[in-house]
Design a protein around this ligand. Sequence first.
Ligand code: FPP
Length: 255
Amino acid sequence: MPEKGKAAGKSLLPGKIGGENIPFHIAIIMDGNGRWARKRGLPRIAGHKRGMDTLIKIVTCAHALGIGALSLYAFSTENWKRPALEVDFLMRLPEEYLRKELDRLMEKDIRILAAGELGQLPSRTQLAIEEALIKTGKNKGMILNFAVNYGGRSEIIRAIKDILLLVRKGQYREEDISEDLLAKHLYTANLPDPDLLIRPSGEVRVSNFMLWQLAYTELWFTDTLWPDFTEEHFLQAIRDYQARDRRFGNIQTKA
Ligand code: FPP
């Protein structure tokens, strides 16, 4: 994993962003694909297709900017309620994305991670993700973390159950249970918490995404729908983040 803080202070893409306080880990709720399609009289899957083009663009941009980790909410545990045709389409996207992009990700030294109950995904989807996890597993550059069949509450319950089991086995004592220990049992065990969460589409909520990890994350919202989201929106979110004063419960730190 790239060192946290490595990007900070370095002038990246001069005139775009640079200077201090570059977020290391950015999380994105890729929302608004359905509305984008409906506005154009297209089927919802056309929106997801466009959403994937945006994803490819933003991954490239994040890598060029020296961002340390990008977490993308691709499919929630609630998304199974959608029509079967849409779910099937969404399930094929990781495979399609990886078929198209894996060589490029390798060239860029990007490491893929996945967060979510992968065991419940169709076997082809699981296989594609597992292959990518292995193939990119030794890469040292940007982390690209896909949340697939992910729910923040169930992630926390899962971590508690894991810890309970280990307490019963005598591997932990009750007094070992701490915030750090719980964080180590989340899907994001090896990732620092997101510094910045971006949500397009005008919805102003976190929708069960990284509930534990977002405790002190800066939130950034835009009305733009994900298929229309551009590098410029991404840069704007980062610039706004750079101007914020993160206090983590402390008093003002910026002059
Ligand atoms: C939310 O929009 C978006 C999704 C549920 C899917 C997002 C997935 C991608 C952009 C591509 C994923 C690709 C990979 C490689 C995993 P919505 O359908 O809820 O939009 P709406 O709120 O306008 O209906």
